[in-house]
Design a protein. Structure first.
Length: 280
């Protein structure tokens, strides 16, 4: 039977260092759809020059889930593979996905493991040994929930597993990672505040300590040596900053001051579960 066509969806913001290698790793796809958040570093110009068949659209960034759902609704094909600019589809994963798309497709989504790299070498422990993300799915049976950050895909039914992993270059430089962790911590704190959560001294102190003990000791982060310590340390920093920021937001509310929150996507259709809509 003929292979089911697939759209690869990428969303970017200032990814000129990553985007070329990312696109080359998915050049087998029937459509490559790049949704950019008005990059200013030449990302779009590079893609237009080197990859004329890539479909490009620009949209204000209102969170990863919002961007992805917007792209899902506008993808040409029913089956979609989502990839970030700092990820690469390996030849083994490409071949496995193409075989899978030849059918029969007996589930609506498939998860993929990730091999995470820091400065060119893999970090294999600290919980990353179990790193899996659901990325290949049917657009009418999968949707991201209304969260600003760390939104896991909701799927209408069971999720299959692909055996091959993709490469994830998640720490390229420490400055880049600190900036990313700070941005994510601010978004994460805002999401917790919107959800009505609060914190105190014990939360601000306890969550980072628990994160370190879990990932460096229980999840064997120490086996990665210096890379393991730095990787865990970056996530401990993220956890501390997130809860400290949540405390700040709640204090501003108590003082009657304006609480600075990121702009949210209020489009109701963006968050509808398509399989529920279809069945009603």
């Amino acid at each position: 039977m003929p292979r089911t066509p697939v759209t690869v969806l990428i969303h970017t913001l200032d990814e000129i260092e990553n985007i070329e290698a990312c696109i080359r790793s998915v050049d087998w796809a029937d459509e490559i759809y790049l949704l950019d958040s008005f990059s200013k570093d030449g990302t779009i110009e590079l893609v237009r020059d080197k990859f004329p068949r890539v479909r490009i659209e620009q949209r204000e960034y209102l969170g990863a889930a919002s961007q992805k759902n917007y792209g899902i609704d506008r993808a040409t094909h029913d089956w979609i593979f989502v990839i970030d600019a700092d990820e690469r589809v390996t030849p083994k994963l490409r071949d496995e996905m193409l075989r899978t798309l030849e059918g029969p497709l007996d589930v609506w989504a498939y998860s993929v493991g990730r091999l995470n790299f820091m400065l060119g070498k893999p970090v294999r422990f600290s919980g990353l040994q179990r790193d899996r993300v659901t990325r290949l799915f049917h657009k009418l049976h999968a949707r991201y929930p209304n969260k600003r950050v760390h939104a896991d895909l909701l799927v209408d039914g069971a999720t299959g597993r692909l055996n091959a992993k993709m490469d994830h270059y998640y720490i390229r430089t420490f400055d880049h990672m600190i900036a990313k962790m700070t941005r994510y911590a601010n978004w994460g704190a805002a999401q917790m505040y919107i959800d009505g959560k609060t914190t105190n001294l014990f939360g601000i102190l306890g969550h980072p300590i628990a994160k370190f003990v879990r990932d460096f000791l229980i999840n064997l982060g120490f086996l990665d040596g210096t890379r393991g310590l730095i990787s865990v340390g970056m996530h401990v920093y993220y956890t501390f900053l997130k809860y400290a920021k949540l405390w700040e937001l709640t204090q501003l509310k108590r003082m009657g001051k304006q609480v600075p929150l990121p702009k949210l996507d209020e489009g109701e259709g963006r968050w509808e579960l398509p399989w529920v809509k279809t069945n009603t």
